[in-house]
Design a binder for this molecule. Structure first.
Ligand code: MG
Ligand code: MG
Ligand code: MG
Length: 308
């Protein structure tokens, strides 16, 4: 029976490539593993799969009666539909422990590092002592560059850098920073994309104190790219909030060169922004210098402010 390996909803490059890399490792261990994805590829992930000539994983959004493994998340809101009607066998992650539980013991490996790719490298090399195929190494390297925003994010650890160097050697990538910049430019592609699609490009819902809170993020090489789109983005955020019965929708416009985030906010309680970040909303947004990570710099202060 096939075992599906899935990243989170609205997949980013780590969720796509970790599904492929973990499925490859499972195959080396004798498991009939199939990489899958819960949604469309973003332009960065498309570029990455093209560069390393790896096939796009199949679309799987429901795991009823399926055996499956999760990478890059353990939150119910990001998991496949009917996650509790299939059999979950493993989780490999680098986020806080989510709310998924299982009736049986499973393989669970999470590390406080910048990328699932870094955790997977340790599983390949340290735990299972298996070789990493050059193409797969290229994918894992790309995920580290993406998730750590070229090693600039607060989530980046010395392990991420060291593992990236090793993976670059295996993959034959001579200048990984140049490759990372090429990826960042692809990730910044916003022109001609519907505002709502931009919000959902890299988006996660969270349960904070019983309220649904959505946080989207656009990582951009310059905020100028969205300068004339903010009215449309704001309207689309309002729609997203209404449709999903959400308490708040946040959109992080992250400038990866300036290393900060303009946070756009639609919420039932504007005071939550000052509570979380010590700075009030100015109109529809607030500038948060140094903030680049949703996981480390957005979710924890917001959860605290929501009393979650
Ligand atoms: Mg991810
Ligand atoms: Mg990740
Ligand atoms: Mg990310």
């Amino acid at each position: 029976m096939a075992v599906y390996v899935l990243g989170h909803k609205n997949p980013d490059t780590d969720s796509i490539t970790a599904a492929i890399a973990f499925a490859e490792l499972q195959k080396k261990l004798g498991v009939d593993a199939v990489p899958a994805r819960q949604g469309d590829l973003n332009p960065e992930s498309e570029l990455v799969l093209k560069k390393f000539e790896v096939e796009v994983p199949e679309l799987v959004t429901d795991v009823t009666d399926k055996q499956y493994m999760l990478v890059d998340h353990s939150d119910i809101k990001q998991a496949p539909d009917n996650w509790d009607k299939g059999e979950l066998l493993a989780i490999v992650d680098h986020h806080k422990v989510g709310d998924i539980t299982t009736p049986n013991p499973i393989f669970f490996c999470a590390m406080p590092v910048g990328c699932t790719g870094t955790v997977l490298y340790k599983l390949y090399v340290d735990l299972y002592k298996k070789e990493i195929d050059p193409k797969v190494a290229g994918l894992m390297l790309s995920a580290i560059l993406s998730d750590t925003v070229l090693f600039k994010s607060a989530t980046c650890t010395p392990d991420d850098k060291a593992v990236a160097e090793e993976l670059a050697k295996i993959a034959g990538v001579d200048d990984m920073m140049a490759w990372g910049m090429e990826m960042a430019k692809a990730k910044s592609a916003v022109e001609g994309v519907a505002p709502k699609d931009l919000i959902f490009r890299d988006y996660k819902d969270f349960n904070m104190g019983g309220k649904t809170v959505g946080i989207g993020q656009l990582e951009l090489v310059s905020l100028d790219l969205v300068a004339n789109m903010k009215d449309d983005l704001y309207e689309a955020m309002k729609e997203v909030k209404e449709e999903g019965n959400r308490h708040s929708v946040f959109l992080m416009l992250t400038d990866i060169m300036q290393e900060g985030t303009e946070l756009m906010v639609v919420t039932d309680d504007p005071s939550i922004v000052e509570k979380a970040f010590g700075k009030p909303l100015e109109g529809r947004s607030v500038w948060l210098p140094g903030v680049m990570s949703r996981k480390k710099q957005m979710v924890p202060p917001l959860e605290k402010a929501f009393g979650a």
